[in-house]
Design a protein around this ligand. Structure first.
Ligand code: NDP
Length: 312
């Protein structure tokens, strides 16, 4: 298998990867960035982004990611299409296999592979994605101001998002599949005590209904089999995220959900020269701006590391 040696390799092309690329390029690290399976990352499947500073009129998610890419390219990043398929951190330089066909050797590696939202798997959920179906209440809740919305899930994310929505929307219908919530007690209590959040216990989503946009959701009680249709303008899915970290599991310390662990206050992982930024190491904030922030940190950490090792 062919091999190529680079100085700084970045994998992933969301806000974290591109921000790392901008900083690494400007620092003279000549970074090579592989875009991964979804060039532009999760923002390419959202619609309008109104909470990223610097865009006073808001911007479409895909357009914003084209801007990120252009900026990284202008700074000199070598941007390539390709997917990291394997890594080997046993020797120096570090090795990353691309598309199962070539090895890239690198002095420093920045992992920005992101996370993917989990979906229920209903065809109607997929069809109406972006038309009222969303996996991010903080991103899209505002578009349903004063409306009735539904949310599915019962973990801390669902609780947090339901509370967020309750402040914007007239009524939040929360669909919970068991007779209790997985969320921490304090969060669950807060949800239960919020007057405009109605919880449907032991319930599963049967169908999201709507022609061109979400009009209602049909749920089914898992104990009685009884079905009911709730008119809503949006359907939020908050059943968890999956960090895209599978290829690192033999090398990097991770939590039980697969999020890469970093040394607090840094982007350093347990392997020297390997840095992690963005959603692959963040299960709490998950915002474009926080991902970009940690991307910047990763490039600065990489630059410092290379300097300390006499490699830069
Ligand atoms: P979790 O895995 O904790 O919860 C997922 C929830 O979705 C569970 O209630 C689960 O139900 C439900 N669910 C899963 N699949 C389905 C399905 N097919 N249909 C219906 N419901 C489904 O994910 P979170 O994203 O909520 O949290 C991930 C981690 O991040 C947790 O450790 C959490 O504590 C942490 N977190 C912390 C925050 C904070 O501290 N502020 C904020 C957000 C997250 P069931 O319970 O029945 O399995």
């Amino acid at each position: 298998m062919s091999a190529e040696k680079v100085h700084c390799l970045i994998i992933g092309s969301g806000p974290a990867g591109y921000t790392a690329a901008i900083y690494a390029s400007r620092a003279g690290l000549n970074p090579v960035l592989y875009q991964g399976i979804q060039p532009g990352g999760q923002l390419t499947i959202t619609t309008e982004v109104e909470n990223y500073p610097g865009y006073p009129d808001g911007i479409q998610g895909p357009e914003m990611m084209v801007d990120f890419e252009k900026q990284a390219k202008r700074m000199g990043t070598d941007i390539r299409y390709g997917i990291a398929t394997k890594v080997d951190f046993s020797t120096r330089p570090l090795k990353v296999e691309i598309d199962e066909e070539k090895w890239i050797e690198t002095d420093a590696l920045i992992i920005s592979t992101g996370a993917s939202a989990k979906w229920l798997g209903l065809p109607s959920e997929q069809r109406l994605n972006g038309y009222g179906v969303s996996a991010c209440a903080v991103c899209d809740g505002f578009f349903f101001k004063g409306k009735e919305v539904a949310i599915v899930g019962a973990g801390d994310t669902a609780a947090e998002e339901a509370l967020y929505l309750s402040k914007i929307c007239s009524q939040v219908h929360m669909i919970v599949r068991r007779d209790e919530m997985r969320a921490s007690k304090i969060m669950a209590d807060r949800v239960i005590n919020t007057p405009n959040i109605k919880i449907y216990w032991n319930s599963e989503t049967d169908e999201v209904i709507g022609d061109k946009k979400v009009e209602s959701v049909r749920i089914k009680n898992r104990q009685t089999g009884e079905k009911q249709e709730i008119p809503v303008s949006a359907f939020f899915v908050a059943i968890g995220h999956e960090p895209n970290s599978a290829i690192f599991k033999d090398w990097l310390d991770m939590d039980e959900a697969g999020y890469v662990k970093t040394i607090p206050g840094t982007t350093k992982t347990n392997v020297e020269g390997v840095f992690a930024s963005g959603d692959v190491q963040d299960k709490v904030y998950r915002q474009a701006v926080t991902a970009a922030g940690t991307g910047c940190m990763a490039a600065l950490d990489a630059e410092r590391y290379l300097g300390e090792k006499g490699l830069h």
